[in-house]
Design a protein around this ligand. Structure first.
Ligand code: DX5
Ligand code: ZN
Length: 212
């Protein structure tokens, strides 16, 4: 299991040391939650702040857009050279085109599905994406309770990927902890995002407990 701590739960008052500590604690990549106050009722960081995270980080960035104007935000974050940019399918009329645009920028494209969006919605996008992010909370805030129906969804998605011969990774985001990591692994999940669980505990021990 790969682990991507969500910087949303970091102490922004000491962001530089938080980034260094989480990289040294064994994070595989840093998850960056970008919220615009329109798609979700919260606002987080823009490229000015994330640029400093990128400068200090020794690990790649995983940018999760929770915004209304996806293309605008993709072009805003692309110069920071994140490894992944993911956007919500619920907010994109032309997902196929935007995935290709992200790839043309030299970034791995990914799609995010809200808790009620079926896994089959990515079926005709598989040739064009490297990862599917399944939300296990409603996007907008850290520290929410895990929605267990994501387990069945991950299993169905895994079957679909196998059937179609896709090597896309399955990532799960929201309410992940040592309490549900085993079930996530069994459901075929490759990467987990964890915010409050990692930042409220010893970073290294928490990350290790998720590497099942
Ligand atoms: C929610 C974000 C998540 C969140 C995860 O909108 O996408 O990445 O920060 O935080 P926890 O692990 O606390 O649920
Ligand atoms: Zn996220």
């Amino acid at each position: 299991m790969l682990v991507a701590p969500s910087m949303l739960s970091a102490n922004f008052g000491k962001l530089e040391s938080e980034v260094k500590a989480i990289c040294e604690a064994g994070a595989d990549k840093l998850h960056i939650d970008v919220m615009d106050g329109h798609f979700v009722p919260n606002i987080t960081f823009g490229p000015v702040v994330v640029k400093h995270i990128a400068r200090v980080s020794t690990k790649p960035l995983d940018v999760h857009l929770m915004v209304k104007n996806n293309t605008f935000f993709v072009d805003l974050f692309a110069p920071l050279k994140p490894k992944y940019i993911s956007f919500h399918i619920e907010e994109e009329k032309h997902p196929h085109r935007l995935l290709q645009h992200i790839r043309d920028l030299g970034i791995k494209p990914a799609i995010v599905l809200n808790p009620s969006t079926p896994p089959e919605s990515v079926e005709f996008l598989l040739d064009n994406l490297d990862m599917i992010l399944l939300m296990s909370v409603n996007p907008g805030f850290g520290g929410q309770a895990f929605i267990p129906t994501v387990l069945e969804k991950a299993k169905r998605l895994k079957e679909l990927l196998t059937k179609k011969g896709s090597k896309a990774l399955i990532e799960v985001d929201g309410g992940v902890s040592d309490k549900n990591i085993k079930e996530l692994k069994d459901a075929g999940v490759d990467v987990v995002v964890a915010g409050s669980y990692v930042f409220k505990n010893d970073y290294k021990e928490a990350i290790e407990s998720l590497k099942v």
